[in-house]
Design a protein around this ligand. Sequence first.
Ligand SMILES: [Zn+2]
Length: 135
Amino acid sequence: MTPAATVVGTELRARCSTCKRTQTHVITSISGKRIDQIQCKICSKARKYRAQDGAEAKAKRRLQETAVPPEVMWKKLMDASSTKKTIVYSFDKQYQVHDLINHDTFGLGVVTSLPGPDKARVAFKAGELLLICNR
Ligand SMILES: [Zn+2]
């Protein structure tokens, strides 16, 4: 079996058409290595995941939606990082807070917390994501 970077149950930030704002969504379906369906955690509305959901184009819209835009948070964290060494993301690796992650979909990110033994919260330019690790 091919290891996938994204798994069902992973949380991500995406725009919800029902809530009319950026909400935390949960991946409910994966097609190959791509995210297929996501579900809003607030209103439970399910929809197809679009490639541009994680793209930079949406970051502009988010600037108007959130008090602290993820892009600004991300920039701050990147600037504060003492290491310039990036780790290519893989779900079987172990990470530490402040590690720089290079994700093939979301780009560069900084580990902000480790909520569980196999979970890492990572701030990307497009927003914060909960990634599976240490599997
Ligand atoms: Zn919603």
